[in-house]
Design a protein around this ligand. Structure first.
Ligand code: FDA
Length: 389
């Protein structure tokens, strides 16, 4: 079978690329995926409502060895372009928080929109890539499609097979293998947007407790919810910080990020000094958390001098913890690192050394924050590649 464009991967980036690869104008476009259904991560994303973009998406919200790489694609296909597409398809949406946009209905609507937009490109599911070669002018892919061996010859190949996160959902390192096969560099990959683990039992009694907090390390800081779990720490602030964390590093937790803790405790002491420290803290913190902190919770506020109160502050506003690790690719929302952007054109996502070979989406060393930024990268990078071919 001879086609113009072969797209590997029917996830967010692959489906979106198919929609813009010119199938409607007569180009022969084929998308293949080893999964039984397209867009599986879209389906489960955002608790089933798909946080499809972020109103504040901008290059500063992405991690990459080259922080400038994402600028061109993000500028040429923006969050407003994707929102306009959602509106054209009559898909209602809302902002949940911090510019994060979700479907009012279901993530399924986004998948249906992408499938409608990509027609008449062909989609082969249950299809494994056995071999990919290039003879100097064309790519030849050997595919197992529904148990039948097929050979496809294509002028261009767009690799959109994502990263390694959640192997149970079909994630593989195929993009990195293809890159290496064609002599392209791949930066170190690691799980990101992933919960921290702690030695057995450390936070077990607090499992389920959630509160707003500021999590930071020496490089960055995030103010979002923190969740204690039976295995460690999770919640948006933790997932965000995990992308900036390295093994063995300490993290710092401010449990009272929205107030001056010393001023607040002094004011409480002036008006209600007979109350115990624990009772006062429980006004601002979840009551299950308070006894867990290393503080004299049964002491009356009136019995705590300014010096004593100051000495307590680190437990509340600068709690230092060292995670033993992360939950890894098993639960990570994304993979940090990937195809080295030095090997790609930032305008088209085409590899410099191998014309007509493109890498898009999560496979590339561009990783967004939590909150719709990663889907926006999938749309923008797919658009950059597909409109170029
Ligand atoms: P994606 O992983 O979507 O697609 C890759 C495709 O390639 C898959 O269909 C896979 O089956 C296929 N494939 C892989 N290996 C293959 C092989 N060897 N042969 C054939 N096919 C192969 N982001 C966001 O912005 N908002 C959100 O709400 C969420 N929520 C979220 C929840 C959860 C649980 C996860 C795991 C992730 C998110 N994300 C997210 C991240 C987001 O899902 C991710 O960034 C995009 O799906 C990346 O799109 P890609 O198309 O690059 O990869």
């Amino acid at each position: 079978m001879d086609i113009d464009t072969l797209i590997l991967g029917a996830g967010a980036a692959g489906l979106f690329a198919a929609a813009h690869a010119g199938a409607a104008a007569g180009r022969r476009v084929l998308v293949v995926d080893h999964a039984r259904a397209p867009g599986e991560k879209i389906r489960i994303s955002g608790g089933g409502r798909c946080n499809f973009t972020n109103m504040f998406a901008s290059p500063e919200c992405y991690l990459s060895a080259n922080p400038h790489f994402c600028k061109s694609a993000l500028a040429r296909y923006t969050q407003w372009d994707f929102i306009a597409q959602m509106d054209r398809h009559g898909i209602d949406w809302h902002e949940k928080t911090l510019g994060q946009l979700f479907c009012d209905g279901s993530a399924r609507q986004v998948i249906d929109m992408l499938l409608a937009e990509m027609a008449p490109a062909e989609l082969w599911l249950n299809t494994a890539l056995r071999d990919l070669s290039h003879d100097g002018s064309h790519f030849t892919a050997t595919l197992d499609h529904d148990g039948t061996r097929q050979t496809v010859t294509a002028r261009q190949v767009i690799v959109a097979t994502g990263g390694k996160s959640i192997p149970k959902m079909g994630a593989t390192g195929l993009a990195y293998d293809i890159a290496r096969q064609f002599g392209l560099p791949v930066t170190e990959t690691r799980p990101a947007l992933v919960p921290f683990t702690f030695p057995e039992g450390r936070f077990k009694p607090l499992s389920g407790v959630s509160l707003p907090a500021r999590l930071s390390n020496t490089r960055t800081s995030f103010d979002e919810a923190l969740l204690f779990t039976h295995r460690g720490l999770s919640g948006p602030s933790v997932l965000q910080l995990s992308s900036y964390w390295r093994e063995g590093e300490e993290i710092r937790v401010n449990l009272l990020p929205d107030r001056d803790a010393l001023d607040w405790l002094r004011a409480e002491r002036a008006t209600a000094g007979r109350r115990q420290l624990g009772t006062v803290l429980a006004q601002a913190l979840p009551s299950r958390l308070v006894p867990h902190l290393d503080l004299p919770t049964e002491t009356r506020l009136a019995d705590l001098s300014d010096k004593s109160l100051s000495a307590l502050l680190p437990q509340l506003t600068d709690w230092r913890l060292t995670p033993s690790g992360t939950e890894g690719y098993r639960t990570a929302e994304v993979t940090l690192g990937g195809i080295d952007t030095d090997a790609l054109s930032s305008r088209t996502m085409e590899t410099r050394a191998r014309p007509n070979l493109f890498f898009i989406g999560e496979a590339v060393d561009v990783t967004g924050w939590l909150g719709g930024y990663n889907f926006q990268w999938a749309w923008s990078s797919a658009h950059a590649a597909a409109t170029e071919i």
